[in-house]
Design a protein. Sequence first.
Length: 322
Amino acid sequence: MSSSVLARDPAGTAEREAFRRDVLAGLSRKRRAIPAKYLYDAQGSALFDAICELPEYYLTRTETEILKRHAADIASRAGPGCALIEFGSGSSVKSRLLLDALEDLALYSPIDISRQHLDETADRLRRDYPSLKVEPVCADYMAPAGLPEVGKGLRRLGFFPGSTIGNLTPPEATVFLRQARRLLGDDGALVLGADLKKDPQRLHAAYNDSAGITAAFTLNLLRRINRELRGTLDLDGFEHEAFYDPVEGRIEIYFRSLREQSAIVAGRTFSFAKGERVHTEYSYKYDLADIAAMARSGGFAVADTWTDPERLFAVSYLVAAP
Ligand code: AVI
């Protein structure tokens, strides 16, 4: 879906239609799957914020600590007067660490598909940083059509935190990085947060928390389908499933049918066998060689990487490769 469609469609009709199309297509496939982006309605976004606070979910805390410790290193690599372009406008805490550290920042431009999220972020930042030029861009930074031109004439520093890159398959990550490389330009750089491979039990716990918030996040997708697509999915008839696949180096997340059942979605009937599952997310984990290879595939080279003492998470400074 293009950003221009979204901009002309404040009521979200096009978004609703894309959701209907993707859910029906995803449930009609042999290996059922629904794109992860649909997990983030208002309730899903609130649940994800709660996930970030969980004791088992070390990612957010750890990346924030790394950024706190190395914001000055990032700023000295970036130099004065650059434009900061954030892919997504979620985590203002992390962006602020860079906003505070970067010298004579010329522009801050968050790119996000959610107009509401963008406007809220921009309003807050304009209030807290009155002299900062804030230019939000409403666009899908994963759309194959490419990214709109932002920060023209300025040296551009991209920021893609949170290991959101891990929710992309390797080919999708390459597409994203190539698009970012084109937008950031030959003298551009990208600060990339990526979750590291580690003890599978630690990974398992991060996606199967004892409070059940991650399960609620996954199952909220069923609630959204019922609400927006006149669905009759039984919320008690499915469970969250998440496990680490060490061969693929990724967490896989599904909702799984607890019994044989059928449900109506947007006027169509779907049957589920007992144990049948619907894929909702991948969350790839990396070692430093994986990050270097991924960067190369997107036209970048790793100039620096900072990690925490336990080597749970990595923040890399990627420069555009010639
Ligand atoms: C947004 N993303 C980086 C999260 C992750 O860890 O892959 C999404 C998530 N899904 C369940 N827990 C967290």
